[in-house]
Design a binder for this molecule. Structure first.
Ligand SMILES: Cc1cc2nc3c(=O)[nH]c(=O)nc-3n(C[C@H](O)[C@H](O)[C@H](O)COP(=O)(O)O)c2cc1C
Length: 190
């Protein structure tokens, strides 16, 4: 097996495409983020790497709350748009026709059209160079009823968007089922 070194140092495939929400000067704003993931379970913790120049980060600092909204494939245009335009110049909520609601934290805007919404309180902000790693405790999770099966989130109904990073830079839906987690690996046990 031949290996070569490649330039892109952040090559992970796929990445998520989330919509990060914050109230900036009292108004809801959302930005797309691919550099995000779950960091802990007890308490439940999510992280997002955000450049200091982002308008959304201003709002996160103001309230120390934010949201992580999981768009489905039918929101791909809106998800991309929120990663192109800045809320400092444009009302992205109006352009995208997002229906915004608030949960128990009251200052973290959530998008009704996104099937899953995490409502978060900032635990830490860590300077990691180009980005601020925002570490958030997930205080509440909201899910659209039509995306549940037997009361549990169903990924086939959620239809999340994945982001394929450089050089392709495109969005893809999830692929096919390939095996049971915590199960298929047992076939290698002797
Ligand atoms: C697919 C995609 C992924 C992105 N991921 C991130 C990210 O993880 N962190 C970040 O700071 N910006 C990321 N961006 C860029 C911001 O979403 C973009 O600069 C946005 O306009 C910021 O909006 P705001 O100024 O309203 O906060 C991404 C953009 C796209 C299209």
């Amino acid at each position: 097996m031949g290996k070569v070194t490649i330039d892109n140092k952040t090559s992970v495939y796929p990445m998520p495409a989330f919509l990060i929400g914050a109230n900036v000067d009292g108004k809801p704003n959302f930005m797309t983020a691919a550099w995000s993931g779950i960091a802990g379970g007890e308490p439940p913790v999510v992280t997002v790497g955000i450049r200091p120049t982002r308008y959304t980060l201003k709002g996160i600092r103001q309230n120390m709350t934010f949201s992580v909204n999981v768009p489905s494939v039918d929101l791909v245009k809106e998800a991309d748009y929120c990663g192109i335009e800045s809320g400092s110049k444009i009302d992205k909520v109006a352009v995208c026709k997002f229906k915004v609601f608030y949960g128990k934290l009251e200052t973290a805007p959530l998008i009704e059209q996104c099937p899953v919404n995490l409502e978060c309180r900032v635990m830490h902000m860590l300077d990691v160079g180009s980005h601020i790693l925002v570490v958030g405790r997930i205080e509440e999770v909201y899910a659209s009823e039509e995306c549940l099966t037997d009361g549990k989130p169903d990924v086939d109904k959620i239809k999340p968007i994945t982001y394929v990073t450089d050089p392709a830079r495109h969005y893809q839906a999830l692929g096919e089922y390939i095996g049971k987690a915590f199960g298929i690996g047992l076939e290698l046990r002797s």
